[in-house]
Write a protein that binds this ligand. Structure first.
Ligand SMILES: [Zn+2]
Length: 125
């Protein structure tokens, strides 16, 4: 009883038994590596085509494909995760800070799904 008293003033979320469990999300990096590669290949192919024989605007299209494609892939894959346990869609609250990891907290299961995917450090340097 005397030990427990010290913990009474802690908010619920600070109690170790209420900490979310951390688990590795299965298959997460695979889901965006393929679409990102496709976007990259299409963009590079268009840019080459534009430089070599096509009109110059093809290069601009390539740039647009690259930027829009990355945005779309980010929206569809990186920023969301279907909780492997309860199948609820968990979306990212905000882009992780530089050097931070993509992780998703499913509040229903109280599990933080770790992705192992990290935001590169050199953004904005
Ligand atoms: Zn869940």
């Amino acid at each position: 009883m005397s030990i427990a008293r010290n913990h009474n003033f802690q908010p619920d979320w600070a109690k170790p038994q209420n900490w979310p469990e951390r688990r590795r999300a299965p298959g997460y990096p695979r889901r965006f590596v393929v679409p990102i590669s496709i976007v990259l290949i299409v963009a590079v192919a268009l840019a080459f085509w534009g430089f070599e024989k096509g009109p110059t605007w093809l290069v601009w299209i390539a740039l647009a494909v690259f930027l829009v494609g990355h945005g779309v892939v980010y929206r569809l894959t990186l920023s969301r995760l279907r909780c492997p346990k309860c199948s609820k869609m968990v979306t990212l609250k905000g882009y992780p800070e530089s050097g931070g990891f993509f992780k998703f907290h499913c509040r229903d299961c109280n599990i933080v799904w770790l992705t192992g995917v990290r935001v590169s450090d050199d953004v904005g340097d």
